[in-house]
Design a protein around this ligand. Sequence first.
Ligand code: FE2
Length: 252
Amino acid sequence: MKEFAQKVIDFEVPEGKVGIIYMGQAGFILKDGKGRLIAYDLYLSNCCEREFGFKRITAMLLDPEDIAFDAIFCSHAHFDHLDPDSIEGMLANGKSRVYTPQDGMELLEQMGIKGGIKIAKNQSIDLFGGEVKASFVFCDHGAEAPYAVGTVFEIEGKRIYFAGDTCYRPEKLVNPKTVGCDFVSFPINGAYGNLNEEEGAMLAEKLGADLSVPSHFWTFAEHGGDPAKFMEAAKKRDVNFMLMMQGEMITI
Ligand SMILES: [Fe+2]
C-alpha cells in the first residue's frame, strides 16, 4: 500500500463540505462529510507507454488495490480515464462499482469484467440513498469518443463539475447544469480533441464557477498543456482559478 493512500483515508472532511484531491491528468478523488470516496478518471498505471508510447512522467500516487472506493467513474474508454491496468485491482475489494459509458462498458467486457453500470449523456443517477447525485452532461471529444461524458456531482449541497475530455463548444458546454458550480475542472492540453489553455480560460469565464482548476497536462510530454499559459489567460478574464499540485487536497 502506498503511503499516499493513508493520507486519503485520514483526510478529514467535515459534514457539509467536500474534499477534492487532484490525482494528476484528469483524475480526482472526492470525499464527502461521511467519509465516502469517489474516484473520477484515475490513471494509476503507465499502460499508455506500452500501448501508445506515451511515457508517464508524473508520480503514481496510489496502487489500484489501495482504496475501496464507494464509486468509480470513468468518463470514456481512453486509457488515461479508464485504466485497463488498474481497473481490475480497483474492483478487487468486491464493494466498488464502476460507472462508465458505452465505450467503457465495451472495454470492461473485453477484459471479462462484469458489474459495470452504464451511464450516458443527459442521464442522472442517485448514489448512497440520494445523498450524492451524478448528472452526465455534454462534452465533445471527437468522433472517436462519441460516448464520452462530462459529470456534475451534487454532494453536500455543492456542485462539482468535471467537463471531461472536450473541445471548445461553449454553446453546449455552458448550460444551467454546468453554470455557477462550486468547482469545475477541464482539460487544457490542446491536443487529441481537448481544450487548449486559452479555451480553458474562456470556458471557465463563461461557466463562472467559484473555483476553476485546469487539468489534463504534464502526465505525458506528447499531450501538451502549459498551466502558465492558462494562468495568464485566466488572470485576464478574472477567473477565480487554482493550479493544483498532484496529490493536493482541498476542502470546499
Ligand atoms: Fe484524456
